[in-house]
Design a protein around this ligand. Structure first.
Ligand SMILES: [Zn+2]
Length: 765
């Protein structure tokens, strides 16, 4: 390029975001282009045909040919004045000033860095199709990962593999000192065969600098001497060849074949599609044309509780040892395992506490419940086995759920979807605790008196024993502790550790699908009815007279009838009524015309349209609730199109009812309270307080007590008259008496529905 070509003013253009590359506000608004000293300059310089001058060596010193600058360092402050002086001397300096300019620094030393133009080595990627062909032999989690990889493989440029470093993988590229021909050496034997000098210096060393550089080979083109290039390889070359280098490709091909391809790659997602995953795929496509692994599970990052990056300096970092000490290592494991791996994990003591409260404690309490009652009732696992078909409905249901959980866990582990296993287990534990145990409590007490008792122990034992085997890979310590007590303490012949047992296999002989479907419907109905209570803020402890259930179909009706008694007990009502499927709910819906919007549009046709809307209210209401935004009615033989704003939906339910609806099913409580219902509600509040008191004063579940109360409220007098026997039974009272007064501790005051009483509880003998 001539001086005239090089010295001209051009438009700097815009970057990929559309921002001007040259910004006003720095200096004159005109910048020089140095194509050898920066990426943007390089691209513009190339497009403009400017000469590409690389003035600096590796230490940022000016090379030969730069006059007084040669040998000086580019970051030397004194150079600034010397350059200004030189320009002034030549009469080229217009003005000088100081202004801020962002420039990179070394993250480690803080030293100023400069851009240099250097030659690098690339692998041409015109064979990318061969890599793309292997992508679909891999199962990608998340599945969108496959598309991200394909996008990268389709659009990537040639692969830059060299690095200007000393330590690292020595690139096996030799260049002729005479004619610049280059050659890539395929292995140690090839190098030995072609070496013309330096082999003795290299022999016995690993193929790294400095030893490898001693070896020279002959140029196949001109016969000159070829030396290895000084560059080392990008670390992804090393990481990408692992499925071959580490697995013995070079030493034992048959053994390598046994292990290849790997089952699993598990790695944090951001960036890896274009780094490690890419390197693995490219290397393997080149070596064998095969995918190097079968499954890829990617995960997002760990952040602090509030989603911020953890930093020691920010004070929000949590050390593993501290968290394990405070929250328990298995609690941490569960937090990780149940996390959706594509979403960042917000780690902290809050989330750990939640995992402990919602899951670990529920499991532990269920296990403790079993152990307590098994001890009291003298249950010995395996002593007798009630056949599945002979067990009560509820046992067959929870065992069916157990088998389904086994199936789900196996599928989850086989598909490398640990979260799915964790969620299946959480769901099962919730049902075991909140449904099975809660409804079966009475069966674990005084089992000698009830035929269903022993089956309850057998069933709960089977659930817990299977559960810890299901969970053992996820929470190794918790399950081992339970195993030692639950199994080993009664069976010294059992394997010494839960981790020596086989993973559970589903048993098709212990599945009752019809029963499970019925219970599924009951759980649904139960939560629907509870939502009706909740909406009216009527607590479950307050008994109500009637619950009416409107099932959506025959299956739901059958289920409700089969488990009517359980619904009655759970939802605390005196009667459960079940209507025929399809009976309309007591909620009424009217749809009216919005005169404000329609009046303007329809004018005289307004009246007919309003009548048509009211006549079609049921259909229109359903459409509105389904989220439609366009509606049609016929008025006077004419179709009228309506928008959501043209319609007013009014929902009303009778004031004495609490109704909830969902997808065709409804549940309605009669909320009117009689004196008896009110009294029973107060009794349940009192019972709960006294049961808590039993725990607070440290009584064992089987301990009997003596209870005295004092108070003059007529409601309480009546409460003890009507419910005294019931309270005494529930609380295991040897005696329940009224006292004249109980003014001194240990008597305590309790307030119920505005009425006060004092109570004294003591362990009875
Ligand atoms: Zn040559």
């Amino acid at each position: 390029a001539s001086a005239r070509q090089a010295h001209r003013v051009i438009d700097g253009g815009r970057d990929s975001q559309g921002n001007a590359i040259v910004v006003l506000g720095e200096g004159t608004g005109i910048v020089h282009i140095a194509p050898g000293c920066g990426d943007v300059d390089h691209v513009i310089g190339k497009a403009q045909g400017l000469p590409q001058i690389a003035p600096l060596d590796e230490a940022a010193n000016f090379v030969e040919g730069f006059g007084f600058l040669t040998g000086r360092n580019a970051t030397d402050r004194a150079l600034v004045d010397e350059i200004l002086a030189s320009l002034r001397e030549k009469g080229l300096l217009v003005a000088s000033e100081t202004y801020p300019h962002v420039y990179p620094h070394c993250w480690r030393s803080g030293d100023e860095l400069v851009f240099r133009m250097v030659d690098e080595w690339y692998i041409a990627m015109d064979w990318r199709e061969e890599i793309l062909r292997t992508v679909d032999d891999i199962r990608w989690f998340p599945p969108s990962g496959r598309d991200r990889e394909v996008e990268w493989l389709t659009n990537m440029r040639d692969w830059m593999i060299s690095k200007k470093r000393y330590w690292g993988l020595a690139l096996p590229i030799w260049v002729c000192e005479a004619c610049d021909t280059f050659d890539v050496i395929g292995g140690r034997e090839e190098l030995r065969a072609r070496a013309v000098e330096g082999w003795e210096a290299f022999e016995g060393h690993s193929p790294h600098r400095p030893w490898i550089d001693a070896v020279k080979i002959a140029c196949p083109a001109c016969g000159g001497r070829m030396s290895r290039i000084p560059d080392v390889g990008n670390p992804w070359l090393d990481a990408g060849i692992v499925p071959y280098s580490t697995m013995g490709w070079n030493t034992d091909r048959a053994d390598w074949e046994r292990w290849f391809p790997a089952d699993l790659v598990l790695e944090s997602l951001p960036g890896q599609y274009r780094n490690w995953f890419y390197a693995l795929l490219a290397m393997s496509a080149m070596m064998t044309g095969r995918a190097p692994f079968k499954n890829l599970v990617g995960h997002a990052l760990v952040r602090d509780e509030h989603g911020e990056e953890m930093h020691k300096s920010k004070g929000n970092a949590i050390w593993f040892d501290d968290a394990a000490e405070q929250a328990g290592a298995d609690c941490m494991r569960w937090l990780y395992v149940r996390q959706d791996p594509v979403v960042n994990l917000n780690f902290g003591y809050g989330p750990l506490k939640e995992v402990r409260g919602k899951f670990i404690n529920t499991l532990w309490n269920t296990y403790a419940f079993f152990v307590n009652y098994a001890r009291l009732e003298g249950f010995v696992p395996g002593e007798r086995v009630t056949p599945f078909a002979a067990r009560p409905d509820f046992d067959r249901w929870i065992l069916t759920e157990l088998q389904r959980t086994v199936t789900r866990c196996r599928a989850a582990f086989e598909g490398f979807q640990m979260r799915q296993a964790a969620l299946a287990i959480e769901e099962f534990v919730e049902r075991l605790s909140n449904w099975y145990v809660r409804h079966s409590r009475a069966r674990f007490w005084k089992t000698g008196e009830s035929a269903a008792g022993p089956a309850a122990f057998e069933t709960l034992f089977e659930c817990l024993e299977t559960l810890i085997r299901l969970m053992a890979p996820l929470t190794p310590f918790l399950t081992e502790a339970i195993y030692q007590n639950l199994v080993r303490s009664v069976d010294s012949g059992a394997p010494v550790s839960v981790h020596l047992l086989d993973y559970p296999e589903p048993d098709p002989g212990k599945i009752d699908d019809a029963l499970a479907a019925d219970m599924e419907a009951i759980i649904r109905l139960n939560s629907l009815a509870l939502s009706a209570r909740e909406a009216r803020k009527i607590k479950v402890r307050q008994p109500l007279a009637t619950l009416t259930i409107g099932p959506k179909d025959d299956a739901e009706r059958r289920a409700a009838e089969r488990f009517r008694e359980m619904l009655r007990e759970d939802l605390n009502v005196k009667t459960v009524e079940i209507t025929a499927p399809g009976t309309p709910s007591p909620v009424s819906r009217t749809v009216r015309a919005n005169f404000k919007t329609l009046g303007k549009r329809l004018g005289p046709r307004m009246k007919a349209a309003a009548a048509a809307i009211e006549a079609e209210a049921v259909r229109l209401a359903a459409e509105i609730e389904a989220g439609a935004d366009e509606f049609r009615v016929e008025a006077g033989g004419e179709a009228i199109s309506l928008e959501r704003v043209d319609l007013r939906l009014e929902i009303a339910q009778p004031p004495e009812l609490a109704v909830a609806e969902n997808a065709g099913t409804w549940a309605a409580f009669d909320t009117r309270l009689t004196d008896d219902l009110r009294l029973e509600g107060t009794m349940r509040d009192l019972l709960r307080r006294l049961q808590m008191m039993r725990k607070e004063i440290g009584l064992e579940i089987e301990d009997r007590i003596r209870l005295r109360w004092a108070g003059d409220s007529p409601v309480l007098t009546r409460l003890f008259e009507v419910w005294g026997r019931h309270l005494a039974q529930e609380l295991l009272c040897l005696s329940l008496e009224r006292a004249e007064s109980l003014d001194a501790p240990p008597a305590v005051a309790i307030t119920l529905d505005g009425a006060g009483l004092r109570v004294e509880m003591s362990k009875g003998h």
